[in-house]
Design a protein around this ligand. Structure first.
Ligand SMILES: NC(=O)c1ccc[n+]([C@@H]2O[C@H](COP(=O)([O-])OP(=O)(O)OC[C@H]3O[C@@H](n4cnc5c(N)ncnc54)[C@H](O)[C@@H]3O)[C@@H](O)[C@H]2O)c1
Length: 248
């Protein structure tokens, strides 16, 4: 389940992880640090972000507050940072409604958090990423972006990340900036708290027989952020235990 770490793969690299205080982002920060990265732990929950820093292997890590809904906050959070890679994890399905159930405000709120949040972080990161011969953006999407699974505003926002990766590849691959997306299936994080039996109640949907762990997603994100993926850009990688093979 916990894919082997690659010691030193990120030695001398500075990586920004957004949404790093909890769940998938936290697992990404732990893994990247274990592979030698200096990690900037960005999150709205500054106390939890600060608490994570001493848990990270190595030195040079820092925590900063950010609200990805606010462009000024995002710019301030990136101020003065060196960025070899951006792993943008922040996101959440805010409404379960669809075209008829969710109103414009609900649609816009989901798009603001899940799509524009990534745009704002990419906007702040790109000038810093262009400073290096080889750099990477990894955006965390969802299987909801790849099949008709509901949570329609969230799915639309997450689907937009795939288009963003295509266009950032078109405009930025020439500067050595690769952009890829990981699209997780159900992952065991606090987002399922309070829902009895979840997330394991959905294990049968997964051909590999279980739901995902945050470390499953972190392993894929670390690969795509690393030079091991040096010739991979503009792609969406499902990290889904085979779920999409089952429903398509
Ligand atoms: N858990 C799942 O089953 C699952 C499945 C598919 C995709 N995802 C995606 O994975 C990502 C991480 O999800 P998770 O389950 O780890 O959630 P989580 O709630 O555990 O972590 C999300 C993190 O983002 C931070 N955050 C939320 N809003 C923010 C904002 N406006 N500005 C800055 N930080 C903010 C939170 O404080 C938290 O640390 C999300 O993009 C989510 O859509 C999760």
């Amino acid at each position: 389940m916990n894919a082997s770490r690659v010691p030193g793969r990120f030695a001398g690299r500075d990586v920004v992880v957004t949404g790093a205080a909890h769940g998938i982002g936290r697992a990404c920060a732990l893994r990247l640090a274990a592979e030698g990265a200096r990690v900037a732990v960005l999150d709205r929950d500054l106390a939890a972000a600060q608490a994570l820093v001493p848990e990270l292997a190595g030195t040079g890590h820092r925590a900063r507050a950010v609200d990805v809904l606010d462009d000024t906050s995002v710019r301030a959070a990136f101020d003065g940072l060196t960025v070899h890679a951006l792993v943008h994890v922040v996101g959440l399905a805010l409404t379960r409604g669809g075209v008829e159930e969710a109103g414009d405000e609900e649609w816009l709120a989901d798009l603001d958090l899940n799509l524009l949040g990534a745009v704002r972080c990419a906007r702040a990161a790109l000038p810093r990423l262009r400073e290096h011969a080889s750099s990477a953006v990894v955006l965390v999407s969802s299987i909801n972006a790849l099949a008709g699974l509901g949570c329609e505003p969230y799915a639309a926002g997450k689907a937009g990340l795939g288009t963003l990766a295509l266009n950032l590849t078109r405009t930025h691959a020439r500067y050595g900036v690769r952009t890829n997306v990981v699209a997780p299936g159900t992952v065991r994080t606090r987002v399922w708290d309070g829902q009895p039996g979840m997330p394991d109640a959905w294990a049968d949907w997964y051909p590999l027989g279980r739901v995902g762990e945050p470390e499953d997603v972190a392993a894929a994100a670390a690969f795509l952020a690393s030079d091991d993926a040096a010739w991979i850009t503009g792609h969406v990688l499902p990290v889904d235990g085979g779920f999409l093979a089952n429903v398509r």
